[in-house]
Design a protein around this ligand. Structure first.
Ligand code: FES
Length: 139
């Protein structure tokens, strides 16, 4: 979660310690542009499988991208510290952050090799039963 805009591990903090602070969870990010650009990039780069780790990964990377628009790999790995993905490894996640940074620089990155997309995939509702049940629109 974000505590006053900083990514922290909610499981290592007592609720009383957050008194008076602003808390943002993955649900709080779901409708915003900060979430959308990263979600689109993660979709294009196949950066998740089961999704168990995805909320923590997304919240951590949104916080990173809020402060570093074009982070290097070491910064991304540092931001991901403590987010354990059992499925994908982290290559897709790293590519997704690089995709966001490239788009912010005005570039139009190619989709991942083997993925035949003309443009980024827009997942319009990730809460509709996961990616398999989501309404996916190619723009
Ligand atoms: S996508 Fe399954 S644990 Fe990360």
């Amino acid at each position: 979660m974000l505590l006053d805009g900083e990514a922290i591990k909610s499981c290592t903090m007592l609720a009383v310690q957050a008194e008076g602070s602003s808390i943002t969870t993955i649900e709080g990010l779901a409708s915003g542009d900060r979430f959308r650009e990263l979600a689109d990039a993660m979709t294009a780069e196949h950066a998740l499988q089961c999704g168990f780790c995805t909320p923590g990964v997304v919240v951590s990377l949104v916080a990173l991208l809020d402060t570093r628009g074009d982070p290097d790999r070491e910064e991304v790995l540092a931001a991901l510290d403590g987010n354990i993905c059992r499925c994908t490894g982290y290559n897709g996640v790293l590519r997704a952050v690089e995709r966001v940074a490239a788009i912010r620089r005005g570039e139009r990155p190619e989709p991942m090799a083997g993925v035949a997309l003309a443009d980024p995939v827009v997942v319009t509702d990730v809460r509709a039963g996961g990616v398999a049940g989501a309404d996916v629109e190619v723009v």
